[in-house]
Design a protein around this ligand. Sequence first.
Ligand SMILES: [Zn+2]
Length: 288
Amino acid sequence: MGLVSVKEMLEKARDGKYAVGQFNINNLEWTKSILQTAEEQRSPVILGVSEGAGKYMTGFKTVAAMVKAMLEDLKITVPVALHLDHGTYEGCYKCIEAGFSSIMFDGSHFPIEENIAKTKELVKVCNEKGLSLEAEVGSIGGEEDGVVGMGECANPEECKKIADLGVTILAAGIGNIHGKYPANWPGLRFDVLEQIKKKVGNMPLVLHGGTGIPTDMIKKAISLGVAKINVNTECQLVFQAATRKYIEEGKDLVGKGFDPRKLLAPGAQAIKDIVKEKMEIFGSVGKA
Ligand SMILES: [Zn+2]
């Protein structure tokens, strides 16, 4: 199966009261680990690519070509979307051209009128090409590629304005933040989520900053209409810890332990393990 948009998989998730994970990729090992786990768990999956990660992998064309070829070589049969994460206006067009199946336009830092105008234009382009489009209202806290937000809550009226433009899915800040959560984090604002849900109706909602949100809060958010949950930092942390352990135990100094295929194997396995765990929590196992 080639790449698909997120529309169908997230409508199914919304109706079935589970969520599909978006796992961000950084290189070949990341991509392979996530795709293999999705196939093993019979789960739909969304591969997220930030603009920074796209640049790191030499460009969006390289990313799209790698992912498409990998779907074939690994014989992946579950639905897979390749999604631009927090795209700029220019980045969205680059990814559309490169062959992504889904994009996020993050116009949250623009005044609402400008966010609306640009989102409207992208809705039209995405509809013509069969891509899904995620929009964001209210910046999500923490750091995303150097931009630091404060964990605001989205204005439900503004959410409705953007949802009514015909975007596929909507990301709205409800106190969630990117990266590690501070010890004194007060938790998700379910009251705001409920108000947003009332305004936008049936549209699947997206929860960014999935790393470190307690499982009971994740489950409650899903019950209130969240159908896509973004996980990025957690894969980085487990990869780092497993790689550190391998080197600290001196395994890279034994035999051919320096071989990158051996050196990176524990980190790749750690990503597989955490992705499986997330898919179980989100309820997407066996849904493909
Ligand atoms: Zn995000």
